[in-house]
Design a protein around this ligand. Structure first.
Ligand code: NAI
Length: 390
C-alpha cells in the first residue's frame, strides 16, 4: 500500500510548461506530482498568455520571478540558478511536445510529457537517444494506468488465471464533440487541426490510453496486423477523425477490437476494457474504477473490489485508499508521478540496476503509442485495409 512515506531522499525541484488556468489537464499533473512530497513546484511557463500565466503561477505559490513568459525563458532562468528546476512537465498541445522536450533535455532537465508523445516515431527515437546521452528520464502520463485494478488484471494474466488470451475488446468513447465546432474553445480547435494535433484526433487523444493500458495488461502480446477505419462525422475535422474502429491481429492468434469516438452522443462511460482468455475474462471500466469483473467459464461471475486482501500482491502494493473507499483517477496519476520520480532519483544516483526492473511509463511507452498511431493512419488512409504492424 502507498501511504505517502518518502521513497526518495528529497523532493525533486519541478516545473510546468502549459497546464495553465484554462488548461484541461494541468491540475491532474499537479495533484499527481504533489501528493507524496516527491516533487516541489518551483517554476513554470504555465500559459501562452504570459500575464495570466504569471498570475496563475503566483496563486499556486510559485515566486513571481520564476513564472516565465515562455519555456525558453524558463530554461535560461532556471539553468542559471543553483537551486534551478530539475524536472519539467509538459502539458501543452501536441505540436509543441517535441520541441519543448528536446530543449529541456539539451539543458540537462528531466522531462514528463503528455501523450501522444510526438508526431512521429523518428522523433521519438531521436529523443530517446538524446535522453540516453544526457542521462535523463522522459516520462509519459497515461492517466489511468497507475490504477491498482489495472495491475490486478496484469497480475491475473501473468499467473495464467485467464488462460491463453484470445480476445481484446477496448472502448473509449464520449459525446463531447457531437456538435460542430462553431465557437469551439482552444482545446477543441488545436485537437481538430493536423498542424497542432498531429495526424489523428481521437486515435491519439484517447486511443493511445487504451493501447498503453493493453500493453501493461498483456506485455507478451504483439500486434502483427491491424486495420483502422476512421471518419470525421463533422466534416470540418477531416482529414482528422472524430470516430475510429481498429481491428488487430496479435502474434499469439488473439484478436482485438478497439473503438474510439468523441461523437458517441450521451455516453459518459469513458473507458472500458475486456480481456478474454481460454478459461476466464476480466472487465474493467473507469466509470466504476473500484470494481473488476472476473468471469470464469461455468462459474458464477465475481466482482473483485480494489484494496481487498484476496487481490494479487502487485495490485495491493499500489493501492492508496484501501477497500471500501473510492480509488480513482487522482490516485492513479499519483502512482504514475511517484514511479517517474523514483526513476529520476535512480538515474541521478546512477542506479541502473534499479531502473532495469522498475516499472514506469517512459520514453518507450510514448514511442509505442506513436508507432501504433502511425500504423492506424497508414491503414486508414489506404482505405481501411489490413497492414503489417511496423
Ligand atoms: P488545453 O488547450 O486545455 O491547455 C493547454 C495549456 O497549455 C493552456 O494553459 C495553454 O495556455 C498552455 N500552452 C499552450 N502552448 C504553450 C506554450 N508554448 N508554452 C506554455 N504554455 C502553453 O490542452 P489540454 O487538453 O490540457 O491538453 C494538453 C496536452 O495534454 C495534450 O497533449 C493532450 O493530448 C494531453 N492530455 C492528456 C490527458 C491525460 O489524461 N493524460 C488528458 C487531457 C489532455
Amino acid at each position: 500500500m502507498i501511504n505517502g512515506e518518502r521513497t526518495i531522499s528529497r523532493p525533486l525541484r519541478w516545473g510546468m510548461v502549459g497546464g495553465g488556468r484554462t488548461g484541461q489537464v494541468g491540475y491532474k499533473h499537479r495533484t499527481g506530482a504533489q501528493r507524496d512530497g516527491t516533487y516541489r513546484l518551483v517554476c513554470g511557463a504555465f500559459d501562452l498568455d504570459a500575464e495570466r500565466g504569471r498570475d496563475f503561477g503566483t496563486r499556486l505559490g510559485v515566486a513571481a520571478d520564476r513564472c516565465y513568459a515562455t519555456y525558453q525563458d524558463l530554461i535560461v532562468g532556471e539553468t542559471a540558478r543553483e537551486d534551478g528546476v530539475e524536472v519539467v512537465s509538459i502539458a501543452t498541445p501536441n505540436f509543441t511536445h517535441y520541441e519543448i522536450t528536446k530543449a529541456c533535455l539539451q539543458a540537462g532537465l528531466h522531462v514528463i510529457c503528455e501523450k501522444p508523445l510526438f508526431f512521429t516515431v523518428a522523433e521519438c527515437v531521436e529523443i530517446e537517444k538524446l535522453a540516453a546521452q544526457k542521462g535523463l528520464i522522459v516520462g509519459v502520463t497515461y492517466g489511468f494506468t497507475g490504477h491498482p485494478l489495472v495491475h490486478q488484471m496484469a497480475a491475473m494474466v501473468k499467473k495464467g488465471m485467464l488462460g491463453d488470451i484470445r480476445i481484446v475488446d477496448m472502448q473509449y468513447t464520449h459525446g463531447f464533440n457531437s456538435g460542430d465546432d462553431v465557437g469551439a474553445g482552444e482545446a477543441v480547435k488545436w485537437r481538430t487541426n493536423p498542424k497542432t494535433a498531429g495526424s489523428t484526433f481521437v486515435l491519439g487523444d484517447i486511443g493511445t490510453h487504451l493501447y498503453y493500458l493493453s500493453e501493461i495488461v498483456l506485455p507478451h502480446l504483439r500486434i502483427e496486423k491491424l486495420l483502422c477505419d476512421r471518419k470525421a462525422f463533422i466534416p470540418t475535422r477531416a482529414p482528422l477523425e472524430d470516430h475510429a474502429t481498429v481491428l488487430m491481429h496479435y502474434g499469439n492468434g488473439a484478436r482485438g477490437r478497439l473503438w474510439v469516438s468523441s461523437v458517441d452522443a450521451g455516453n459518459m462511460g469513458s473507458q472500458r476494457y475486456r480481456f478474454v482468455g481460454s478459461k476466464a475474462s476480466v472487465e474493467w471500466s473507469d466509470s466504476r474504477p473500484d470494481q473488476l469483473i472476473y468471469e470464469v467459464q461455468g462459474e458464477p461471475n465475481r466482482t473483485l473490489h480494489h484494496g481487498m486482501p484476496y487481490l494479487e500482491e502487485e495490485s495491493l502494493a499500489v493501492d492508496r485508499m484501501g477497500a471500501l473507499h473510492t480509488e480513482g483517477l487522482g490516485d492513479s496519476w499519483s502512482n504514475i508521478y511517484l514511479w517517474i520520480a523514483q526513476a529520476i532519483d535512480a538515474k541521478n544516483r546512477g542506479d541502473e540496476a534499479f531502473l532495469k526492473t522498475h516499472h514506469y511509463p517512459g520514453i518507450k511507452a510514448g514511442t509505442e503509442g506513436v508507432r501504433w498511431l502511425e500504423n492506424c493512419v497508414r491503414s486508414a488512409d489506404m482505405g481501411a485495409v489490413w497492414v503489417d504492424f511496423k
